[in-house]
Structures are given as structure tokens and as C-alpha cells.
Design a protein around this ligand. Sequence first.
Ligand SMILES: Cc1cc2nc3c(=O)[nH]c(=O)nc-3n(C[C@H](O)[C@H](O)[C@H](O)COP(=O)(O)O)c2cc1C
Length: 328
Amino acid sequence: MAELSTWFMGLKLKNPLVVAASGLTSTPEGVEKAVQAGAGAVVLKSLFEEQILAELGSEEQGLDLDAYPDAEAFISRTAWEEGTGKYLDLVQKAKEKAQDVPVFASINCVGTGKWANFAREIEKAGADALELNIAFMPFSTAASAKEIEEHILSTVKEVRLSTRLPIEVKLGQQYSSLPNLAKSIAREQANALVFFNRFYKFDIDISGMKLTSAPVTSSPDEYHESLRWISLLFQRAGIELSAATGIHSAQTALKFLLAGASTFQVCSGIYKNGWKFVSGMLDDLGALMDEQGFASVDAVRGKLSAHNAQKPEEYLRLQYIKALTGIN
Ligand SMILES: Cc1cc2nc3c(=O)[nH]c(=O)nc-3n(C[C@H](O)[C@H](O)[C@H](O)COP(=O)(O)O)c2cc1C
């Protein structure tokens, strides 16, 4: 059977499957289930920047959950109310349950960096790495792309000054120059990027004339943008890459390894199928790699990235032109 063990951000993982931050990983029991199912690493449910600021006595207020009823799908009310002490407790207990499986803490932040010293507490509590889930929603017409990116970079900088833990930055898709942002984040000494987070999506209910929630979980056809950017940035931005969103099968997971991902995160697949999704995916991945003649994850990684391509232009707009003109 193919060797699934791998290295990620200097940590040895028994396989590249990472259980993503969600309600599934909001308790030590959830983490234990992820580990028993065979996960290579586990990201804890995010603590929100506002929670940390509220405890620091900052003037900033936490989100009013009553004003955002659907946000409860993403934010456990208990976690919200109990705050940072409970979160550090979660880190500690999750580590005990996970034993040798790395546990990543996660902070959901909008890029202010004011809470960054808390990263030190997370390190002391025993986390193996820290994920920054940077979830800034641009609304002001005055904020330029440059300003927003500077916020992100200053957050990474502040956090890096506070901790020696490996840092992965989980981003959304909407940036004008992702290659430049990726390189700049690498310069601030983050260790990895997670492409991409899947933010809360809304819809409109016509008969009720109101906003509603779009599906909270992803579908299997949502992985293509992540795949594009991982294949484009592998070995080009000076930072490791982890895949996320829409990974519902071993086939998709293998595509991401071929594109250049070091690891891949799964969440919706577990919500839909239970924890057997994790063991099933790992079995299928091993079998698929055997079938394709790959002895190890390292032998797969980046084989089909733009960096290793004979014709990197095929990863760019040329494909689109070909599709339109039918030229081969
Ligand atoms: C119910 C739910 C809760 C989530 N909570 C968090 C969270 O606390 N922090 C975070 O970074 N991402 C959170 N996510 C996003 C997931 O970690 C993941 O990035 C996203 O669902 C895309 O992966 P998937 O297609 O495998 O679901 C949540 C997703 C769901 C469905």
C-alpha cells in the first residue's frame, strides 16, 4: 500500500488528511473521533478575534449573535460565551485525546492583529500549530485592496512575533493578486496557506422577501478554484499549500496532491457521511495511489503543478481561448 505519511509545516503527519475547523472539532470528544477515524491532523473550531478582544477589555464589542441567527451554524454559542479560558482548555484536552496526531488551534480574525499576544497562550496550552482564519468582508467603498492586504500582513507579522508555532493562513478567494499576497504572507514567515475557506453564503427567499442561508455544507463540484490556485502557486510563493473546500472523494484529494498541496482539509464530507468518511477516504486514496503507481505522497506532490508543467501557459487564460475557438 502507498505510503501516506508526510511532512507539513515541519510536523510529521501519518497522512495528509486534515479535519477542518468546525463544530465537529469544538470538543475534545470530537477531536478524539477525528483521530480514531484516522485523521493526519485536526484543526479546532475557531475562536473569534472579537472574543479575545472582549476579554482584553477592548472597546470592540463581540458580534451580537441574535442579530445573525444563521451565524450560530458557524459559531457555537457556548464557545462564544465561555471565551478564551475555555478555548485554552479545549486546546489542552484536545491534545491529550489526540496523542501523537497534531492539533492546530484556530483564530477567526479580520486582520487587526490586536489580539496577537493570545497566540502565545495557545502555544503554552500545547497546540502544535495555529491556523489564522482571516475572514475580512470588504464593505466600505473607501478601503482599497492594498489596505486590506496590509491588514492581513500586519496580523501575520504580529502573530509571528508572539509565537514560534507553525502558522497557516486560511484565506477566501477574493484577492486581486493572490500570487503577490501569497508571497507577501510567506515573507511574514507564515508556514502555509490554506486555499480556500468557504465563508457563510446567503441566498434570497423570493416568496418570503427576505435573506436566507445558502447550504452550509459544500458540494463536490466546489473544489475547482482551490485546485487552480494550488497548481499555480506550488513552489512559486515560497510557502506550503493546504487544500480546502469541496473535497468529497479520494479522487479529488489526489488531484490536490498532484497540483501541489501538502495536505487537504475535509469538513462537509464528514457532516454528510459521519466519521467513516475519513477512514473511507484514506483507504480509497491509498488504493488509488497504488492503482496509479505512486509509492508515496511525496512522489505525487506537485506532479501536475504549473511549476512542473512543460507548458505552464495551459494553466492560464490560453485554455479559455482554446475552449472558445476550438483550436487545439
Ligand atoms: C458548520 C460549519 C462550521 C465551520 N466552522 C468553521 C470555523 O470555526 N473556522 C473555520 O476556519 N472554518 C469553519 N468552517 C469552514 C470549514 O473549516 C471548511 O473550510 C469549509 O467547510 C470548506 O470545506 P468543506 O468543503 O470540506 O466543507 C465551518 C464549516 C461548517 C460547515
